[in-house]
Design a protein around this ligand. Structure first.
Ligand code: GLC
Length: 543
């Protein structure tokens, strides 16, 4: 048996979901309180971003204790209660495992720094640093105390990369995963996991900030097989997803092909870089539809043909809201949100819904740098200013690209703090919370559409398991694909433009039935007109 392909995952950023203690920070009890809501939506698994003890330099991705609950979010008893209560709703948890690096506040790092040779070998220490740059800006190496050595940190200077070549490190990390398995957790998300395998000899790499020298190294596949065997691979229906930084299709096929016993699926980010100018995140550019469509097609087909499996997503805690990036939200918020949803929920892979996406939440529209908390955004602002941009230019880029765009508190109702908390939230609320909130949206257009898509995946095996083939590849407005399972076929059109688009339907589909439309169901004829941001899926039973 393998993981359930009918499952839909819902991602919660615990800090921003629901605060039950009145300190302006979301907590585990708050998530428990919202289980009935999630059950109504119909999701199967909740992925929780890290809630472990951490100095919070990178909002919990800097872990100082892997097997405890940060008191900010509650207690271990709260966590156990959440697991049990979720189960009573048929919902399971997926935990975030940040095993590439730990906080410099972790006892391993502290012991290493104090001179303990056993723990020094837990980290990547060198006499001479390479020229690699940190993903959060600046050098990727920092002085290791006063030893004259340097330690590697691909992220913040307080996130020290762990030395997976050391078997003791692997053993400790496998224990972490098993600790949470013992608490009844079967599903895991592995943070930047294609960076865990570093070469023995590290070399300078002037290309792309050094990424090719430490990304997708062949030994990573070996480590994943060991991780699988020692931990989650023992649960037959476990679902695992690897977050893959700057990866390739070939590697992702291998990471996720079931015969290789590595992971169930992968997140890749190529489709969320189509609004980067010259491959650079901190720039402003309208997104390029043709690249987006071609990426979906190339990945969709390669994974389908080679038995790989994609995690399908538009949003997460590291991305600005997709609605602001890919849709004319002023005029077509409902249509755009439902079309984006259908374009992945009807595709091949496992769909992920990021909190607030199901009610069409938007970027917060902050007006000052003081509103931002995220370390990456703050560093980027400084670097943009240093590179000669004016305050206004730098701010405009942060406003469009900051990770805080998706981290603002969940908008439950139109009260002062949006029903998230009774106190001022740790991160300012989105400007739209008076109009866009769960209380009003549950009877709106978007939430019920998500319910429908999630239910369809459960009822139509072709959605969960069918093959994927590109369709209408030459279109500059429509992203279309065809799914096939035995005699059944499903053709899905997604109009990414704010204009009407005419098209010719293949003969065989003219007798089909409309399975999904985000407008009133059109009559199927050989000549079809799609309205702005329309999604339309046509099913034929006997192809
Ligand atoms: C991943 C996380 C991100 C974090 C980084 C370092 O990309 O999603 O939030 O900052 O890894 O752990």
């Amino acid at each position: 048996m393998s993981f359930d392909k009918k499952s839909v995952v819902y991602q919660i950023y615990p800090k921003s979901y629901k605060d039950t203690t009145g300190n302006g920070i979301g907590d585990l009890q708050g998530i428990k309180e919202k289980l009935p809501y999630l059950s109504e939506l119909g999701i199967d698994v909740i992925w929780l971003n890290p809630f472990y003890p951490s100095p919070q330099r990178d909002n919990g991705y800097d872990i100082s204790d892997y097997t405890a609950v940060n008191p900010l979010f509650g207690t271990m008893a709260d966590f156990e209660d959440l697991v049990t209560t979720a189960k009573s709703y048929g919902i399971e948890l997926m935990l975030d495992m940040v095993l590439n690096h730990c906080s410099t506040e972790h006892e391993w790092f502290k012991k290493a720094l104090a001179g303990d040779a056993y723990y020094q070998d837990f980290f990547i220490l060198r006499d001479k640093p390479t020229d690699w740059l940190s993903k959060f800006g600046g050098n990727a190496w920092a002085p290791f105390g006063d030893t004259g050595k340097y330690y590697l940190h691909l992220f913040d200077v307080t996130q020290a990369d762990l030395n997976w070549r050391n078997p003791h490190v692997r053993e400790e990390l496998f224990k972490v995963v098993n600790f949470w398995r013992d608490k009844g957790v079967k599903h895991f998300r592995f943070d930047v996991v294609n960076l865990i395998g570093k070469d023995e000899v590290l070399v300078d790499c002037p290309v792309n900030d050094g990424k090719p020298a430490y990304t997708d190294r062949p030994i990573t596949h070996d480590y994943l097989r060991m991780l699988n065997e020692a931990t989650f691979g023992q649960d037959s229906d476990s679902m695992t997803v690897g977050e893959m930084s700057s990866t390739t299709i070939d590697n992702c096929v291998n990471y996720s092909n079931p015969e290789r016993h590595e992971l169930s699926m992968v997140f890749n980010f190529h489709h969320l870089k189509v609004d980067y100018d010259n491959g650079q995140k901190w720039t402003l550019k309208a997104y390029d539809f043709d690249s987006l469509k071609n990426l979906f097609h190339t990945w969709g087909e390669a994974m389908s043909d080679n038995d790989g499996w994609n995690a399908l997503f538009w949003n997460n805690h590291d991305q600005p809201r997709a609605l602001n990036r890919f849709v004319d939200v002023k005029n077509f918020r409902n249509e755009g949100a439902t079309m984006l949803a259908a374009s992945i929920h009807l595709s091949r892979g496992t769909p992920y819904v990021y909190m607030g996406e199901e009610i069409g939440m938007l970027d917060p529209d902050f007006t000052s740098m003081d509103d931002y908390v995220d370390i990456e955004s703050i560093n980027a602002y400084r670097e943009l200013r240093d590179s000669g941009k004016t305050d206004e230019e730098a701010f405009a880029i942060i406003k469009a690209k900051s990770r805080d765009n998706s981290r603002t508190p969940m908008q439950w109702d139109d009260s002062t703090y949006a029903g998230f908390s009774t106190a001022k939230p740790w991160l300012a609320l989105g400007a739209s919370h008076k109009d866009i909130n769960v209380a009003s949206e549950m009877s709106g257009k978007i939430f019920p559409f998500y319910q429908k898509l999630i239910a369809l995946r459960k009822n139509y095996p072709i959605i969960a398991e069918g093959d994927y083939k590109a369709a209408y590849q030459e279109s500059h407005q429509i992203y279309a694909f065809e799914r096939q399972l035995d005699e059944q076929k499903l053709l899905v059109f997604n109009n990414f433009s704010a204009e009407k688009v005419e098209l010719d339907l293949p003969e065989v589909y003219t007798n089909g039935q409309v399975l999904v439309s985000n407008y009133t169901t059109p009559k199927i004829t050989q000549k079809l007109t799609l309205t702005p941001y329309q999604t339309l899926a046509i099913l034929i039973e006997n192809a």
